[in-house]
Design a protein around this ligand. Structure first.
Ligand SMILES: Cc1cc2nc3c(=O)[nH]c(=O)nc-3n(C[C@H](O)[C@H](O)[C@H](O)COP(=O)(O)OP(=O)(O)OC[C@H]3O[C@@H](n4cnc5c(N)ncnc54)[C@H](O)[C@@H]3O)c2cc1C
Length: 301
């Protein structure tokens, strides 16, 4: 039996994917959303900086988007992981066959990848369970709520210097070099000029609210902690399709043009998976751009 066919399959049903689907839904195109339900901010209780939703539960923002999208009868949804994709070039254009982890295959003329990124957190006991609660990555998202208190940066590499200097607008900053940050004289002077305290030593664990425990037994209680983890593609689909990746400051992301088309014909990408910088607002803007471009490509193929 041939797989059920749609105009568009969107893989990833979070902010970027939902937003990509919206203009297509309103153009009465048939759409299948496939989503594994693992938003990058799933440990977070309040998302900040997204106009109209500042301070709301990010799960509720995504759920409202999903509810509004599924009100269009031409949109279908599968809770599943898209594991495999096959591209077939037909006489009348591209066709994609996606196979999910439940063994079901589906097909479409266009594919949107809104599959997000995964943060590779440093392997420090106590850090992962505080991720998005008292340990953060983005000052614009979570700095304000620290009320100009004592802030720690857990060093992961050169970017931690940049992050420490920025964070001085949000509190009194200590940079834990953690055997990962080698400061040259210029950097040390710049940090000093911004009032950053440099704390050498290896971070052994994170305890209590946001207490950094060093391997020599020192304990520093902070209001909040920041870390700049490496990020990687959540999904293997971009690689299976042969999408070109670009290297950003935190890791790689899918290269797209200004319309969010990848360099694989018929494949579009949006949100964190296809940008160097990340937020709900940019994921939603990116997704909408991708959705409009996909529609145009279907009309003017
Ligand atoms: C700790 C933390 C706090 C943050 N706080 C804020 C904040 O306050 N404000 C803000 O603007 N931004 C914040 N962000 C950033 C924000 O979470 C991201 O920019 C946003 O989630 C990106 O949306 P997205 O749709 O591109 O990807 P995601 O939200 O990560 O969604 C990707 C979706 O694709 C699905 N998926 C992936 N692969 C597959 C597959 N093969 N098959 C099916 N489904 C798949 C995933 O399961 C997931 O549902 C925060 C991030 C972190 C880590």
């Amino acid at each position: 039996m041939s797989p059920q066919h749609f105009d568009v399959i969107v893989v990833g049903g979070s902010y970027a994917g939902l937003s990509a689907a919206m203009p297509l839904a309103r153009a009465r195109r048939s759409i299948l959303m496939i989503d594994a339900g693992q938003r990058r901010n799933r440990t977070v209780e309040r998302a900040h900086g997204f106009l109209g939703h500042d301070g709301k539960d990010p799960a509720a923002i995504a759920a409202l988007g999903r509810e509004q999208l599924l009100a269009y009868p031409n949109v279908q949804w599968r809770d599943a992981l898209a594991e495999q994709v096959r591209r077939e070039t037909q006489p009348d254009g591209e066709r994609f066959v996606v196979t999910c982890n439940d063994g079901v295959s589906v097909a479409a003329d266009r594919l949107v990848l809104a599959t997000g990124l995964t943060d590779d957190l440093p392997d420090i006991p106590g850090l992962a369970q505080r991720w998005g609660k008292t340990v953060f990555n983005c000052p614009y998202c979570d700095g304000y709520e620290l009320d100009l208190g004592e802030v720690g940066v857990i060093g992961t590499g050169a970017l931690s210097v940049h992050e420490s200097m920025m964070l001085t607008d949000w509190g009194t900053v200590s940079l834990f070099t953690n055997a990962c940050v080698d400061l040259d004289a210029d950097q040390a002077a710049q940090l000093q000029a911004r009032g950053v305290t440099i704390v050498d030593g290896v971070v052994a664990s994170i305890d209590e609210h946001a207490t950094v425990v060093l391997d020599d037994g020192r304990r520093l209680a902070l209001r909040g902690l920041f870390v700049a983890p490496r990020q990687r593609m959540t999904s293997a689909l971009p690689e299976q399709l042969g999408c070109t990746l670009e290297e950003g400051p935190f890791g790689s992301f899918i290269r797209t043009d200004s319309c969010k088309a990848t360099d694989v014909p018929g494949v579009y990408a949006c949100g964190d998976a296809a940008r160097a910088t990340h937020s709900l607002a940019s994921a939603v803007g990116d997704g909408f751009q991708a959705g409009v471009a996909v529609h145009q490509s279907l009309v003017f193929a």
